[in-house]
Design a protein around this ligand. Structure first.
Ligand SMILES: [Fe+2]
Length: 226
């Protein structure tokens, strides 16, 4: 099931986007790495074969809205300035029914939809969700953040967030951001005012990791090189 989805995904990207574009390239690398992270957590949690596959499919499709967003708006920064990429992904997959190109059976639709819809929300509200929906929502949130930590150590800041390095270096931390960080809270995007606020908001992702394997991975495998 995953192989078919992966084949279709790579065709979808090739047919619709310019993979020589740096932003697209980064997003493709991110997607495949999140698949690996999902596998890493699934193994660690000793999930069933079905859930392992499902977690990789969710990972593969979780940012599908980002690709379209970048094409239309030329930027990945600030969902609130254009459209929420998670909702856009849900629209593309489930309203335009593109999910069937990736996954033949509809058995897992609700789980995939719920996990993608919630992957980038500030907080995960599990009310009304089934156990499987909670599992896959938590898992993709962790896998996504795990790869964000990798990306921050290797990718160019400007490409990632449309922000110049000087804009970070020459800025001061806003009080609200400082206080939230010191209280071990994740940062609300709309509270960020300066370049350094944005950078700190990335680090604060560490306060919202659900599974121990995620923390372990970040601690052991992520080395700051620059
Ligand atoms: Fe992502």
């Amino acid at each position: 099931m995953f192989e078919k989805a992966a084949k279709m995904f790579s065709e979808f990207i090739k047919d619709n986007f310019d993979i020589s574009d740096e932003k697209i390239k980064h997003k493709v690398i991110h997607t495949y790495n999140v698949v690996k992270m999902a596998e890493y957590i699934s193994k660690d949690l000793d999930l069933s074969e079905e859930d392992r596959t499902l977690s990789r499919i969710v990972a593969l499709l979780h940012d599908i809205g980002r690709f379209s967003q970048s094409k239309e708006f030329g930027s990945f920064r600030e969902d609130q300035k254009n459209i929420d990429h998670a909702s856009l992904g849900v629209k593309i997959l489930f309203e335009d029914n593109m999910i069937r190109a990736f996954v033949k059976e509809n058995t897992y639709d609700l789980i995939i939809k719920t996990a993608i819809a919630n992957h980038s929300k500030y907080e995960l509200n599990t009310q009304g969700m089934t156990e499987k929906e909670i599992l896959h929502s938590k898992l993709i949130r962790d896998a996504d953040k795990m790869d964000s930590f990798r990306a921050r150590t290797v990718d160019d800041i400007y490409t990632m967030a449309n922000i110049a390095e000087e804009e970070i270096e020459n800025s001061l931390i806003t009080d609200k951001i400082y206080n939230d960080f010191m209280s071990k809270k994740t940062i609300l995007s709309k509270d960020r005012r300066t370049g350094i606020d944005i950078w700190i908001s990335y680090i604060a992702f560490i306060f919202d990791i659900n599974y121990k394997s995620g923390l372990k991975y970040i601690k052991e495998k992520i080395t700051l090189t620059n």
